[in-house]
Unconditional design. Sequence first.
Length: 157
Amino acid sequence: MRARELAVDYPTVTPDDSAMDAARLLAAQGLPGLVVVDGRRRAVAVLPGSRLVRQIVPPHVRDDPALARVYDEPHADRLCARLAGRTVADLLEGGRTPLPVVDPGATVMEIASVMAGARSPVVAVADDERHPEKGTVIGVITAAHLLERILPAAGDG
């Protein structure tokens, strides 16, 4: 099985998109992260859900998780307001998580190797066989989808 057969449509965002809209998209679709592409649909980065969560938790609470106990539920619900007026590009400041990219002919083992090496829950499939990192993203393979395809073949041994 090749990447072209495993790739599925996957929501993408651009650096200019609203951080709040990105968070809503991630939550509504239960995604592990979002694929960030430029205007020509070339891979820019992956925006892990954990990075969005990190943005809404105040720094002093991240530094001392015991402080989280003093936040009641109504106050916790207002934490997402920290995303207001921010863009996806703002969330990527301070270090982008590179989006691993494979070509359409990549094998399951190549995809798994790239995903594991990048520690990414998603791998993009781009249309450029020679330079996938420069190609247009034509689909995405998630870790869950990859495992779904290879686990039945693994048996119970």
